[in-house]
Design a protein around this ligand. Structure first.
Ligand code: AP5
Ligand code: MG
Length: 215
């Protein structure tokens, strides 16, 4: 199973990827998570990416394609993968196609997740993530209201730097300019499955499973 989760910031790609990881036993490849990890470790890529992430802009195609090349060739992707946040530009999509041809692999489905902008702003304003295991929470979740600890691993919860209102707006703008055209690329290849990503997390997950014929 090789899936791409596609959609604007805050649509729920990370949340759904984590459920699919457990269901299909394949890894989530989140380029956003990989970049945040590189920043926190202070690697060369991290040093170059830090300001770009904070500004809500896109890291260069060259860097992103190289990161994906290394990950997809690694052993952990041998039984499949869920791409979350890649590709985000048409050149990235074209480079991915080329890489997959070289690896004699193909994408099964591109899930295009859609919600309106008002809901995205609401969701991102409430989001917290676990520093240790990456679990994603909405902060109005009663369970986490005073104590910001992860209920899976007790890790500390934090708010992402790019979830400030002004950066959210920038990310949405970048999405519509640079990422939205990727939809046309995959619809041209007959791989695009569009779902409404509203309703509960479970409901959205069912919509994804139906779209990929697993329900
Ligand atoms: P990345 O980390 O990929 O951020 P993003 O695409 O902006 O997406 P998010 O992670 O913000 O949202 P999500 O769709 O994963 O939603 P989530 O599940 O968390 O990228 C960060 C940055 O890295 C980019 O801005 C860029 O700079 C760089 N980058 C990454 N990839 C790149 C690439 N390929 N090329 C260049 N640059 C790249 O959910 C959001 C919130 O909603 C959570 O609080 C969650 O609990 C809640 N929620 C989820 N589902 C529901 C639901 N059904 N109902 C109610 N609430 C829900
Ligand atoms: Mg995410």
């Amino acid at each position: 199973m090789r899936i791409i989760l596609f959609g604007p910031p805050g649509v729920g790609k990370g949340t759904q990827a984590k459920i699919l990881v457990d269901k299909f036993n394949i890894p989530q490849i989140s380029t956003g998570d990989l970049l945040r990890e590189a920043v926190s470790q202070g690697t060369e890529v991290g040093k170059q990416a830090k300001a770009v992430l904070e500004a809500g802009q896109l890291v260069s195609d060259k860097i992103m394609i190289e990161i994906i090349r290394v990950v997809l060739k690694s052993d952990k992707c041998k039984n499949g993968f869920i791409l979350d946040g890649f590709p985000r530009t048409v050149p990235q999509a074209e480079a991915l196609s080329l890489l997959l041809v070289q690896l004699h692999l193909g994408i099964d489905h591109v899930i295009n997740m859609e919600v309106d902008e008002e809901e995205i702003i609401k969701r991102l304003g409430k989001r917290m993530m676990c520093k240790d295991c990456g679990k994603i929470y909405p902060i109005d979740n009663d369970h986490h209201r005073g104590d910001a600890r992860c209920d899976s691993c007790s890790g500390e919860l934090f708010q992402r730097d790019d979830d400030k209102p002004e950066t959210i707006h920038k990310r949405l703008l970048v999405y519509s300019r640079s990422t939205f055209p990727v939809k046309k690329y995959y619809s041209g290849l007959g791989l695009l499955r569009t779902i409404k990503a509203t309703g509960t997390v479970e409901h959205v997950n069912n919509e994804i499973l139906k779209a990929i014929n697993h329900k």
